[in-house]
Design a protein. Sequence first.
Length: 276
Amino acid sequence: MNKIYFQGTFGAYSHLAALSINPKAEIIPCKTFDECFLLASKDPKSQLIIPESNRITGNIGIEYLIFEYRLNIYSEYFQKIEHNLLGLPGAKISDIKNVYSHGQALSQCSKFIKSNNLIEHVRADTAGSAQMISKDQDKTKSAIASSLSAKTYNLEIIKKNIENEKGNLTRFLIMGKNISQPEFAEKKYITSFLFKLKSKPAALYQSLGGFAINGVNLTKLQSYPEKNTFDSFFFLCDLDGHIEDTKVQKSLEELGLHCQDFHVLGVFEADKHREK
């Protein structure tokens, strides 16, 4: 049976995404993102699923692990985020005084929290907050988490879909040690890579010219400082297209002329949510 590592506890949105991708896999929780990457890097038969960015709140902050481990990206998956207020069975909204969750979940539900005068408590993750509520057995406490968390920890959904904006999505990356990519066909692909430029004036400007000349669309370009310095940066990049496409190859060849370091992280089919 294949293993999929995720950060958090059972009931987390990462757990929900893993079930959607491969419900037959052995899904294993990890305490930290670093542990997910470490375990997946040691076991070629395993994968990890990691949240990379959120449509509303932006990047999750795991780029440094992508740079460090350089695991292959097999696919992307967009998980719909529907936050719920969870409490003990029988609890009502009038009973709730405190709400616990991950900082991003609290931020994404700020209007509901303020309108109900709830006291916020930041925790490491959403599902862990639900687990705590179940253990404490205090009707004044609640958690913001998924419906899977409610089922997992025998909690009641006091209020569904309390997020500020509907249609929120988190982009997950499915990664592993083995290198694998789909054959080039008439489909929409994403090529993901990282690079570090040579130290010279206007290096970034010059390095990106090949993409404009060849008509290749960059959908992500994010800088991240190298360890212990703010003078040297890595860049994490996604582009529309397959690496075997001639115009993509020409663009990357031009980029390579300006790089100290270049590494392809993966080629995979674009998720259907990109079209919406």
